[in-house]
Design a protein around this ligand. Structure first.
Ligand code: ADP
Ligand code: MG
Length: 462
């Protein structure tokens, strides 16, 4: 029919605009390395902030004692209690996870930090006899804060801007450690904030603790970001002393990467324009969990409106922004039943669309596949860019050298089609010869443990 032809035409055009052939990915990777250089050269030299983390030593494995970490960065926040046993590694962990009420994501700084500190205080109260800080010492905390921060030391830094649906004006420009410290004091809790780290830096530290070959960390969750170990001499904008290790961990803030080589569609432009941060975080908006489902919804809406794939009237729920969450998209994408029952029930539950034909459900799966594939392949291109910057994209490096990327985040962890595609694409980009020396490794809650490890290695009492 004519409608069906129109639907197919919309799908085909979208697929073409989202295409990521190898050559394009290599251009994206090259653009990434160019921007990395520019961001390291001068402050504000690139869309990539290439933030100096003040972490010049990754965990050695000798870290010991009781540490807490607190992870704020997206939909949930986690509090972790970690007993580090030196050579015995991580001997005990306990954690709690709480979702952040939506109103607090767009309220005031005090409201957000008071909420976090009160949950932290509750958790600390439940500490049992197995966990003890030595007498005369305060408990110490590693604070994982996954938004762009201009650090002024390992334990202080000013918020540059919010991302991922947070928008709290009075916190921008403030020292987030000072904000948390005040809130902790208001709770009457006696705790020292020892390290402020991005989740990528925490994941890198946690990953390195387990595997010496870890050179970079990538988060694919609500948002996306990467960190890696850079040679201090390769950071022209660093005017401090050369660290003993001669290394410095760089928080790339790669979510804000942008390049003319990125395959962007009309749906991406519209999503961006209607977002809380238009013009920013363009890479993030096409590869991370907060946005993938929403892109699919936008294309479906267009098909409903112009090709009437759901009948004469556009189902009202299809107009609601962000109503299709990425976990639901992923469930539809992974639907292996012959008549696509999962897709059928998701369309009914989320959009109140019943009686869909198999043909329509197949289009939905195809859309999920296009959006996830583009995201996964571009993430792989970003990783390839980092490997190139490190000179680890060829076999000409030292013999037997391994490069491991520590990965974490709900998207990577749960969206199997996405992570499979990412790994295959990385192999495609580095080539058969080199692919044996490169691995991606899931670092399960590496960032929480990593922040605790960094609190230990930067302890107030050392
Ligand atoms: P955050 O990034 O908020 O710190 P996570 O790393 O746990 O937290 O990632 C959560 C995000 O991961 C969700 O917002 C969602 O986009 C994505 N996600 C979670 N579960 C799934 C799933 N089953 N399939 C696809 N994406 C998922
Ligand atoms: Mg996180």
């Amino acid at each position: 029919s004519k409608r069906w032809g129109k639907a197919k035409a919309i799908l085909k055009e979208f697929e073409e605009k989202c295409a990521t052939p190898t050559l394009k990915l290599k251009q994206v990777a090259d653009a990434m390395t160019v921007e990395m250089h520019a961001g390291l050269a001068s402050e504000g030299g690139s869309k990539l902030k290439m933030l100096i983390s003040f972490v010049d030593n990754l965990p050695t494995g000798n870290e010991e004692g009781l540490y807490y970490s607190l992870d704020l960065g997206g939909t949930n926040f986690r509090v972790l209690r970690v007993q580090l046993g030196g050579k015995d590694g991580v001997v005990n962990t306990e954690f709690t996870e709480v979702s952040i009420p939506a109103n607090l994501m767009v309220g005031t700084s005090n409201e957000l930090f008071d909420y976090i500190a009160s949950e932290l205080a509750k958790f600390v109260k439940e500490e049992n006899e197995d966990y003890k800080v030595p007498p005369g010492r305060k408990r110490e905390l590693g604070f994982t804060f996954s938004f762009p921060v201009m650090q002024t030391s390992i334990s202080s830094g000013n918020l540059i801007r919010w991302t991922k649906g947070f928008n709290i004006d009075d916190a921008v420009g403030q020292d987030v450690v000072a904000e948390l410290r005040s809130a902790i004091e208001r709770q009457g809790l006696d705790m020292h904030i020892t390290a402020l780290v991005n989740d990528t830096v925490g994941t890198l530290a946690g990953g390195r603790h387990k595997n010496k070959d870890v050179v970079a960390a990538v988060i694919l969750g609500t948002g996306t970001n990467a960190a890696y170990v850079e040679s201090a001499q390769a950071i022209p904008k660093w005017h401090g002393d050369l660290p003993k290790s001669r290394e410095m961990v760089i928080n790339m803030e790669w979510g804000n990467f942008r390049s003319s080589h990125l395959p962007l569609t009309e749906y991406d432009y519209a999503l961006d324009a209607e977002s809380l941060n238009p013009g920013e975080q363009i890479f993030e908006k096409i590869i991370s969990g907060m946005y993938l489902g929403e892109i699919v919804r936008r294309v479906l809406y267009k098909m409903a409106e112009e090709a009437l794939i759901f009948g004469e009237t556009v189902p009202p729920k299809l107009k609601v922004p962000s109503i299709l969450r990425t976990p639901d998209m992923s469930a539809m994408h992974h639907d292996s039943s012959a008549d696509l029952n999962v897709v059928k029930s998701k369309l009914k539950d989320i959009f109140e669309i019943s009686d869909t034909s198999l043909q329509v459900r197949k289009v939905v799966v195809e859309l999920c596949n296009i959006v996830a594939t583009r995201g996964a392949r571009l993430s792989a291109a970003g990783i390839f860019g980092i490997l190139k910057k490190l000179g680890r994209d060829t076999t000409s490096g030292s013999e037997g050298q391994k490069s491991v990327i520590a990965m974490d985040g709900g998207l990577y962890e749960h969206y199997t089609e996405y992570s499979k595609c990412l790994e295959n694409t990385l192999t495609e980009l580095v080539g058969e010869d080199v692919s044996g020396s490169i691995a991606v490794e899931h670092s399960n809650d590496g960032s929480g443990i990593g922040a605790a490890l960094l609190a230990a290695s930067h302890s107030h009492y050392l």
